[in-house]
Write a protein that binds this ligand. Structure first.
Ligand code: FAD
Length: 338
């Protein structure tokens, strides 16, 4: 292990040139791991086209990175598996971090395994917790057996790699006093061709996809909503509260909501301030995506529904009676407040 240096986070850039939230969450996680390793270095790798990266460098620095590696080339304007995995491979080989962290986004889930294969190492995918064990190894935890067990996985090879779900770790508070060393690395891409070509970006979902990722309030519906049309009452409640609508897998599988609304193990992990679960039983796979919410309100007509075991407030009753009453009361209280 001695020849390996610190922890490297592969930061990801959104199409609007902002950093993905998970990139900052991973810097926070890496700082904690680095402290447990006796104060090792936290680095971030930014791969991009020829754009201004200064705002992103500032954000990564304030999040706590000690070093930032920049690789820029016009060929890297858009994500390409071949080019990005080549660049990441070269940088990791050069800098030899002992741990490499990647966000479990669509891009990260593509890049991470490709990179680990080229580095001839293992990767624990879709982690929900990271730690350092008594031997100084990365202990990467992820759900397994359909979410019924949490497995903590070690990797004997270097670097130890993990992809981590967005939103399971908190973003660090920005520290404007932190200083990071920025290093530009030139990687020769002349002989490297991408076997894929980006023709067009088509947004898959126009509803409120961004909504449940970032919303402070989520009103989610399950099989108990009984039809797609009935979600209108949840839209009304979400609108009154300034929140977004989510769904259980049962509701998504029934075709009532798009997959981007799904909360849970095979959907999104969310951590809103308020999560209102309507007609959702509380299966372990659903809880895996929302049980870190600050306040959970459950509305279910079955008093024995498991969702009540984790709910902050439980309402036993019919969603079709309670939700409209709740919406009405919230609207009235807003009018009174005005
Ligand atoms: P149900 O379990 O059928 O519950 C419906 C609830 O509605 C019941 O509790 C009922 O009492 C209540 N209800 C009915 N009518 C009313 C009414 N009028 N008023 C009030 N309450 C009412 N699930 C997810 O959600 N997300 C995932 O990401 C996910 N991933 C999975 C991955 C794997 C590998 C597997 C095996 C399963 C996964 N599941 C996931 C499915 C999960 O196991 C459950 O089947 C699912 O969460 C159930 O959805 P539900 O609570 O909406 O439906």
């Amino acid at each position: 292990m001695s020849e390996n240096n610190g922890i490297c986070v592969i930061a990801e850039i959104n199409s609007d040139n902002s950093l993905t939230g998970v990139s900052l969450e991973l810097i926070g996680a890496a700082k904690e791991l680095a402290a447990k390793l006796g104060g090792k270095e936290v680095s971030a790798l930014l791969i991009a086209g020829n754009k201004d990266l200064n705002p992103l460098v500032k954000e990564l620095t304030e999040a706590g990175a000690n070093k930032i590696y920049l690789v820029q080339d016009e060929k890297l304007e858009n994500y390409s598996t071949d080019l990005y995995s080549h660049v990441a491979y070269e940088v990791i080989n050069l800098k030899k971090p002992e741990i490499v962290l990647v966000g479990a986004t669509t891009t990260g889930r593509d890049l991470g395994p490709r990179l680990s294969s080229r580095l001839d190492t293992g990767l624990t995918a879709d982690c929900t917790a990271l730690d350092i064990n008594e031997k100084g190894q990365l202990a990467a935890t992820r759900p397994t057996f359909g979410g019924n067990l949490m497995a903590t996985i070690l990797c004997k090879k270097m670097p130890q790699m993990a992809t981590v779900r967005p939103k399971v770790m908190r973003k660090p508070e920005p520290d404007p006093s932190n200083v990071a060393e920025v290093e530009t690395i030139n990687i020769d891409l002349s002989g490297i061709n991408s076997r894929t070509k980006l023709l067009e970006v088509i947004k898959g979902c126009f509803n409120n996809c961004a909504g449940i990722d970032e919303a402070d309030i989520i009103v989610a519906g399950g099989r108990g909503m009984k039809s797609a049309e009935n979600f209108a009452i949840l839209e009304d409640l979400a609108k009154a509260l300034g929140g977004a609508v989510g769904a259980s897998r049962a509701a998504v599988d029934a075709g009532w909501r798009p997959h981007c609304d799904q909360v849970g193990q095979t959907g999104k992990t969310v951590t809103p301030k308020l999560y209102i679960a309507c007609g959702i039983s509380g299966a372990i796979q659903h809880l895996a995506g929302m049980n870190s919410s600050d306040i959970i309100v459950a509305i279910n007509k079955d008093p024995d529904a498991p969702i009540f075991d984790i709910a902050t407030y439980g309402i036993v009753g019919d969603v079709f009676e309670i939700v409209p009453e709740l919406t009405k009361a919230i609207k009235e209280s807003q009018l009174t407040a005005v």
